[in-house]
Design a protein around this ligand. Structure first.
Ligand code: PMP
Length: 359
């Protein structure tokens, strides 16, 4: 066997997706609460759009994605030159990193945050700079500012933050952006923005309009429920958007994904009701857990963060015996998606058993 000359990728952590729910199990019906997915099935209009474009899959998708581009540009009042599509917002983050940072350049982000940030940074040959969250699980924007050096090309601000659900405030972001060097790109990753009800939390679009070094990343995976189709987009300054297109995966957004995304934008009211229901469920679960004595960080996303430190894996195993698959990070905590009512009821019950077990 001849040894292949591969790059040394040993420093790049593996992406650990949430466990898939087993098809059948001897325990209670499993709920997959490990990937922040939307529990609702696709809308009928989305299924119809998918069926309509299925007949075209012998052809490559239209690279310009003109229908989807038009819908998004109208909605945000931006030019097509300021919009970039990708195969999920994870590809958007990848494009942003590869468009700005090369060998030895630095990418600054809070930690813990979205798992893909360090992986994509390392894969680009750049250096991840992880800035610890504050004791209350929030971005420490002052420390992130202090972490910026001559080599910094990109700063990622995840708002709300995955996995803690916490948000930055407008004042914090204003102060931060007022001091970031103008040649450093700041990305506001708003994968969960539709779930954010915090009165003082910024809307990325306002900052994109005001600051020439700000880009915003959005996804159809969460509030729009299209995780399996892989479609996300960025609003970015024209020069950055052009650079992102150069490093984008050719034909990265399939015709099916484009059609489903357009149908979803046109069914916004129905989808917004679903989001509203999940937000109400989040309030219900949060209150029930507070009554049990839990003091969890305030979440503005479709998930909860249990900062259990050394008890994380034992508590995650306890949740699993209740049929709940969560996303644990050993020694830190685990993340649980807010989903359908029965799943949320089971979360309340499992949390009670974890407390009773003294974990
Ligand atoms: N950003 C954040 C903060 C996320 O949590 C995720 C998904 N977990 C993504 C981006 C990527 O999502 P997708 O590629 O499905 O759009």
């Amino acid at each position: 066997m001849s040894p292949l000359r591969l790059r040394d990728l040993s420093g790049i952590p593996d992406y650990k997706p949430g466990k898939a729910a087993p098809a059948s199990s001897r325990g209670p019906a499993p709920f997959k609460l490990s990937s922040n997915e939307n529990p609702y099935p696709p809308l009928r209009s989305v299924t119809e759009a998918l069926n309509g474009s299925a007949a075209l899959v012998n052809r490559y998708p239209e690279t310009a994605a003109s229908d989807l581009t038009r819908e998004l540009c109208t909605r945000f009042a931006v030019e097509p030159a300021q919009l970039v599509l990708g195969s999920g917002s994870v590809e958007i983050v990848s494009q942003l990193i590869r468009a700005t940072a090369g060998e030895g350049d630095e990418v600054v982000f809070a930690w813990r945050s979205f798992e893909a940030y360090p992986m994509l940074t390392l894969a680009a040959g750049a250096v991840p700079v992880r800035v610890p969250l504050t004791a209350d699980h929030r971005h420490d924007l002052d420390a992130m500012l202090a972490a910026i050096t001559e080599r910094t090309r990109l700063v990622l601000v995840c708002n709300p933050n995955n996995p803690t659900g916490t948000v930055v405030t407008r004042d914090e972001l204003d102060r931060f952006l007022g001091q970031v060097p103008p040649d450093v790109t700041v990305v506001i990753d708003e994968a969960y923005v539709q779930f954010n009800r915090h009165a003082d939390s910024p809307q990325g679009i306002d900052y994109f309009r005001r600051h020439p070094n700000v880009a915003v990343a959005h996804t159809f995976s969460k509030a729009y429920g299209l995780a399996g189709l892989r479609v996300g987009y960025a609003l970015a300054p024209v020069q950055l958007a052009a650079a992102m297109r150069k490093v984008a995966l050719p034909f990265g957004v399939t015709a099916l994904a484009q059609a489903a995304a357009v149908a979803s934008l046109r069914a916004e009211d129905e989808l917004a009701e679903r989001v509203e229901h999940l937000v109400r469920e989040r309030t219900r679960v949060t209150r029930a857990l507070a009554e049990q004595g839990w003091r969890l960080p305030r979440t503005e996303a479709n998930f909860l963060w249990f900062p259990l430190g050394g008890h994380t894996m034992a508590a995650a195993a306890e949740f699993e015996t209740h049929g709940l698959l969560v996303r644990p990070f050993a020694g830190e905590g685990f993340r649980v998606t807010i989903a359908e009512v029965e799943a949320n009821d089971a979360v309340i019950k499992a949390a009670r058993s974890v407390r009773d077990a003294g974990l």
